[in-house]
Design a protein around this ligand. Structure first.
Ligand code: NAD
Ligand code: 3PG
Length: 526
């Protein structure tokens, strides 16, 4: 019989499901060394945010087939390490959405009416009605940062409370925001106008310290911030200083840079701050939802069946997967590339499957393209299982076409996306059945393998332009690994595709477009 280790508190409903197929040991509060010592005995590990599943633990888990996160965030799991070892990582993307949204709303109202401190005061025997005069949320402006599952529910409820809604989410369409009663704005405007700012975004390199001394300085002195998303999105020292100096009115935090929260100035800011110990998902209902959702997936994987919410492998039949595998990677890369060229807020994606791919069996390639397209927004949380629904929720219109007559390559994939930077297209094929090549960008033929950092320019094909661009990049210490020009007619418009060794430094794109003859420049990270 299989063995499952449950290393964080999980609802009994989940344990009951696991017990149908495995011996279940519940051992919470283990130190990393203790976990490393015993993990080798187990086929599955079930956790919440309390257990940090490091590479070391994964290496020691020689029998591990699946890690189940009873919740959303898998940032406490080294997913690449698990993937490398062929361990499936699953989560419950929706089981605690309502709980987290309601916690954010409760934090907003509690902060406005000083409920925690007023309650503590009465319990101490006081009757102080003056200190705790609050503010109404009715007719105030709520700025929702991240209009995904949780942000959308917060917006719906806040609208019903009579709040005006602004939202910032570079990956959500204007239509979707309008459906939710939100005006989509840029982040600066949101910071300047919001009375309440609520964060519902993942922690990524872009969102780390998004709320810092500079952005806090843009807010109203009456602004209040709520973070029930992830620690590290707010610079805690800058936040404490802003509240102490009256630059903003207050904050309510459920998540922290380091958890459990240690010594922190945040604890000393009185009624202008509310702190909860990562309780967003801690409702009876959410805990039953996530426990059942994840336990069922662990049970299925232990029985050799696919998982429905795997974050690191496709939930597709193994035979189809084997055949399409190299093309899946091609489609995903093209999706990621065209999404960045189109500027993120993609409204329409057209997928044209060409040559031998023009069959119904190739449908997973459309899903792979969407997975790539959504990667910048969702990172490792988008997978083959959820990519279609995530795209639908973002209001992305997907058009699928097939063209069996396109025979330049055995099979090729053409994607066209319309987003905030306009309409862009890319085509790719496999060389020698495996190697991905870009064969066309914006209608210009090229033939280059994609690389991690790339730069594309649209320019006039004229003497000297390549040299000027090379010198400019050199002056910024950017090393070019390879370069190719694609053109349709001599001295007409052309596209340049450059592979560079490092990300392009800030500000250089503007300099590139100032080079005479260069009309546009785009950089992407793949
Ligand atoms: N406190 C808790 O206990 C608790 C519980 C559940 C979820 N969470 C956290 O809440 C957050 C939101 O979860 P969700 O389920 O709504 O996720 P989601 O994926 O449905 O939504 C996240 C949204 O953020 C947007 N986004 C990504 N990068 C962005 C950026 N740079 N700027 C603005 N928007 C950006 C995405 O487009 C997406 O719409 C996550 O960080 C999750 O881990 C916390
Ligand atoms: O990502 C999540 O699901 C939340 O942060 C909840 O974490 P928890 O399961 O430890 O409460």
């Amino acid at each position: 019989m299989s063995k499952v280790l449950v290393s964080d508190p999980i609802d009994q409903a989940g344990i009951d499901i696991l017990s149908q197929v495995a011996t279940v040991d519940v051992k919470t509060g283990l130190k990393p060394a203790e976990l490393i010592e015993i993990i080798g005995e187990y086929d599955a590990l079930m956790i919440r945010s309390g257990t940090r599943v490091t590479q070391e633990i994964i290496e020691a888990g020689t029998q591990l087939k699946i890690i189940g996160r009873a919740g959303v965030g898998v940032d406490n799991v080294d997913v690449p390490a698990a993937t490398r070892k062929g361990i499936v990582v699953v989560n419950s993307p929706e089981g605690n959405t309502i709980a987290a949204a309601e916690h954010a709303l409760a934090m907003m109202l509690s902060l406005s009416r000083h409920i925690p401190d007023a309650n503590a005061s009465v319990k101490k025997g006081e009757w102080d009605r003056k200190t705790f005069v609050g503010a109404e949320v009715y007719k105030k402006t709520l700025g929702v940062v991240g209009l995904g599952k949780i942000g959308s529910h917060v917006a719906n409820v806040a609208k019903a409370m009579g709040m005006k809604l602004l939202a910032y989410d570079p990956f959500i369409s204007t239509e979707r925001a309008e459906q939710l009663g939100c005006q989509l704005v840029d982040l600066d405007l949101l910071f300047q106008q919001a009375d309440y700012i609520t964060l519902h975004i993942p922690k990524t390199p872009e969102t780390t310290n998004l709320i810092n001394a500079k952005t806090l300085g843009k807010m109203k002195p009456t602004a209040r911030i709520i973070n029930c998303a992830r620690g590290g999105i707010i610079d805690e020292a800058a936040l404490a200083a802003a509240i102490r100096e009256g630059k903003i009115a207050g904050a309510a935090l459920d998540v922290f840079d380091s958890e459990p929260l240690g010594e922190s100035e945040l604890r000393s800011l009185g009624k202008d701050i509310i702190l909860t110990p990562h309780l967003g998902a801690s409702t009876t209902e959410a805990q039953v939802n996530v426990a059942i959702d994840v336990a069922e997936q662990i049970r299925d994987v232990l029985l050799g069946l696919p998982a429905r919410s795997a974050v690191n492998i496709p939930g597709l039949g193994p035979d189809v997967l084997e055949e399409l595998k190299p093309y899946m990677q091609l489609s995903e890369t093209l999706g990621n590339l065209v999404g960045q060229l189109a500027g993120g807020r993609v409204e329409t994606l057209t997928v044209r499957l060409q040559g031998e791919l023009a069959t119904n069996k190739s449908q997973p390639l459309v899903v792979a393209a969407l997975k790539g397209l959504l990667y910048q927004a969702l990172r490792e949380r988008v997978n083959y299982v959820n990519a279609t629904i995530e795209a639908k929720e973002r209001g992305i219109r997907v058009i699928e076409t097939r063209d069996a007559s396109a025979r330049d390559y055995a099979g090729s994939i053409h994607l066209e996306a319309t987003g905030s930077l306009g309409t862009h297209s890319v085509t790719g094929a496999l060389l020698g059945d495996k190697e991905i090549h870009l064969t066309d960008v914006d209608g210009f033929p090229i033939n280059v393998p994609p690389s991690k950092y790339m730069l594309f320019t649209l320019h006039r094909d004229m003497p000297g332009i390549i040299g000027k661009l090379g010198s400019l990049l050199g002056s910024f210490n950017v090393n070019i690994a390879s370069m190719q020009v694609g053109r349709k007619i001599v001295r007409g418009d052309a596209v340049m595709a450059l592979s560079i060794d490092d990300p392009l430094p800030d500000g250089i794109l503007d300099e590139i477009t100032k080079v005479p003859g260069i009309r546009d420049a785009y950089t992407v990270t793949l």
